[in-house]
Design a protein around this ligand. Structure first.
Ligand code: 9UX
Length: 71
């Protein structure tokens, strides 16, 4: 299991936060998702044998938000 922190840009309301959460939550291998609207951050705990970072980033970008690994 792996836990990573990402920067998410473009979220302007609580529904955006819910959109991003749902989009990542449905990916196979995701254990836990926490999205902070105010901090523009997302923490994802996932099984790295089922999922990789690029897939997470692309799925968030695919619904219209900016996403990158923090730091
Ligand atoms: Mo809020 Mo976000 O009205 O895609 S849902 S701006």
């Amino acid at each position: 299991m792996k836990k990573e922190k990402y920067n998410v840009t473009g979220m302007t309301c609580a529904a955006c936060q819910a959109n991003v959460t749902r989009c990542v939550q449905k990916l196979e291998g995701v254990e836990e998702v926490d999205v902070s609207l105010l901090a523009n951050q997302m923490t994802v705990r996932y099984d790295e044998t089922k999922l990789d970072r690029e897939t997470i980033l692309q799925s968030v970008q695919g619904i219209g938000y900016g996403a990158s690994l923090t730091g």
